[in-house]
Design a protein around this ligand. Structure first.
Ligand SMILES: [Zn+2]
Length: 62
């Protein structure tokens, strides 16, 4: 798999169905074959980036 945001393959697993892109620093949750993208804000909260992507960009082929 690669990061939908930057196309990097430098992705680390940080939890069950949770991944982190070390290239652009976004967090990804995998749910039912679909990625949900989040950016970690300075205060530690998460903001969704899903609006920035097309649905097809977030689908993960298994
Ligand atoms: Zn990335």
């Amino acid at each position: 798999m690669h990061c939908p945001n930057c196309k990097s393959k430098d992705i680390g697993k940080i939890g069950t169905n949770q991944y982190y892109c070390w290239n652009c620093f976004v967090e990804m949750s995998l749910l039912k074959g679909r990625l949900s993208m989040h950016q970690v804000e300075e205060d530690g909260s998460l903001s969704s980036l899903d609006d920035l992507f097309e649905d097809e960009d977030l689908q993960i082929g298994m």
